[in-house]
Write a protein that binds this ligand. Structure first.
Ligand SMILES: Cc1cc2nc3c(=O)[nH]c(=O)nc-3n(C[C@H](O)[C@H](O)[C@H](O)COP(=O)(O)OP(=O)(O)OC[C@H]3O[C@@H](n4cnc5c(N)ncnc54)[C@H](O)[C@@H]3O)c2cc1C
Length: 302
C-alpha cells in the first residue's frame, strides 16, 4: 500500500507531506512528526480522506492552526488533515458571514469591522481558525462563538455530510457537540449585526490593549492552558500555590499570567506536559480543585 500516492490521488500532488514536524504547525512550537500531513482543498477531498483512512484502518486527525494543541515529541502516527489556508473561502451576504473551516478568526473579525458589522470583536485576537473556534466555542471578553454561529456544515467520522443548526451544536463554556462526536467542521455560517465602525474598532483596540498588557504574547503558548474551574480562576489558583514563573526544563508558568504555560526556552512537549501535571497536582493538593486542560493533547506522553 502506497499511502502517500493514494492520498494524493484523493487530493492533489503536493497536498500530502510525510514526516512533517508538528513543531512547525503548532503555536507551542513543539511536537514530533506527523506521519502523513494532508492539505485538502475542498469538502469532497476531506470526505475522501476520511473514507480512505477508515477503509485502510489508518488513524486520522484534523487540525486548524494548531493554537490549542500540544503534540508529543514522538509525533503522531496516521494522517493529520490540516484545514487552514487551503480551505479558507469567505462569503459575506448582507449580515451573514459564511466561512470555510480554515479561515482565520482574525481575518473574519477584520472583514466584519471593514463592513461595520458587530459581533466578532471578541475574536480579533484569537489566533485559531473558525473551525477550531466552533469546536472549542472560543471566546474572550464576554463574547463567544455561540453568540454568532447560526449553522455549521460538518462531516461525520464515517464521512457523511451533516448540517447543524445553532441549537444542535450544544455550545457551552469551551465546549461543543464536536468534542463528543468527532465530526469535522467544514463550513460555519455566522449572523452579525449592523453596527458603528468606530465603536467596533474601539472595542477591538481595547481588547488588544488588554491582551498585550496581561498575556505573554512574546512566548510560544496555546493561550490559556486550563479551563476555568467553576467558581474559580485558574490563574489565581496557580498563583496561590506559588507557581508563578516555576520552570521545568524549557517550559515555564508565565510570570505575566499564571494561566499560561509557555515554551520559554526550547521546551520539549514532555517539559510542557510534566509542568501541566505538576500544576494540576499542586492545585489539587492545596485547593482540592481539578484543573482540566483546555489544550488538546495528541500522542503519547508517558
Ligand atoms: C496567544 C493565544 C491566545 C489565545 N486566546 C484565546 C482566547 O482568548 N479565547 C479562546 O477561546 N482561545 C484562545 N486561544 C486558543 C485557540 O486559539 C482557540 O482555541 C482556537 O479556537 C483554536 O483554533 P485552531 O484552529 O488553532 O485549532 P487547533 O489547535 O488546530 O485544534 C484544536 C482542537 O480543535 C480540533 N479542530 C480544529 N479544527 C477542526 C475542524 N475544522 N473540525 C473539527 N475539529 C477541529 C482539533 O482536532 C483539536 O482537537 C489562544 C491561543 C493562543 C496561542
Amino acid at each position: 500500500m502506497d499511502v502517500k500516492s493514494d492520498l494524493e490521488a484523493i487530493t492533489a500532488v503536493g497536498a500530502v507531506l510525510c514526516q512533517q514536524p508538528m513543531a512547525r504547525y503548532t503555536s507551542f512550537r513543539v511536537g514530533g512528526p506527523a506521519q502523513y500531513m494532508v492539505l485538502p482543498r475542498d469538502y469532497s477531498q476531506v470526505v475522501g480522506v476520511i473514507n480512505y483512512c477508515n477503509a485502510a484502518g489508518i488513524r486520522w486527525y484534523v487540525m486548524g492552526k494548531g493554537t490549542n494543541l500540544l503534540v508529543s515529541d514522538e509525533g503522531v502516527e496516521g494522517v493529520v488533515m490540516v484545514l487552514g489556508e487551503n480551505l479558507a473561502e469567505v462569503r459575506l451576504a448582507g449580515t451573514t458571514l459564511t466561512a470555510q473551516a480554515g479561515a482565520a478568526l482574525t481575518r473574519l473579525s477584520a472583514i466584519a469591522l471593514a463592513n461595520s458589522l458587530a459581533g466578532l470583536e471578541f475574536a480579533s485576537g484569537i489566533p485559531g481558525t473558525v473551525g477550531g473556534a466552533v469546536v472549542m466555542n472560543a471566546g474572550a471578553y464576554g463574547g463567544e462563538m455561540k453568540d454568532v454561529v447560526r449553522r455549521v456544515l460538518a462531516a461525520t467520522p464515517r464521512g457523511e455530510l451533516v448540517h447543524y443548526s445553532a441549537a444542535e451544536l450544544e455550545l457551552g463554556y469551551r465546549t461543543s457537540i464536536f468534542q463528543r462526536n468527532g465530526n469535522v467542521v467544514l463550513e460555519v455560517e455566522m449572523e452579525l449585526t449592523p453596527g458603528d465602525g468606530e465603536a467596533i474598532q474601539a472595542k477591538i483596540d481595547e481588547y488588544t490593549r488588554r491582551r498585550r498588557e496581561k498575556q505573554p504574547l512574546d512566548k510560544p503558548s496555546a493561550g490559556s492552558t486550563f479551563r476555568r474551574p467553576p467558581g474559580h480562576y485558574a490563574g489565581q489558583l496557580i498563583e496561590s500555590c506559588n507557581l508563578r514563573g516555576v520552570r521545568l526544563g524549557g517550559a515555564a508558568v508565565s510570570e505575566k499570567h499564571c494561566g499560561f504555560i509557555i515554551n520559554d526556552n526550547q521546551a520539549t512537549a514532555r517539559d510542557i506536559y510534566r509542568l501541566i501535571r505538576k500544576v494540576q497536582a499542586e492545585v489539587k493538593k492545596k485547593h482540592n480543585v481539578d484543573l482540566e486542560t483546555e489544550v488538546v493533547m495528541w500522542g503519547k506522553f508517558i
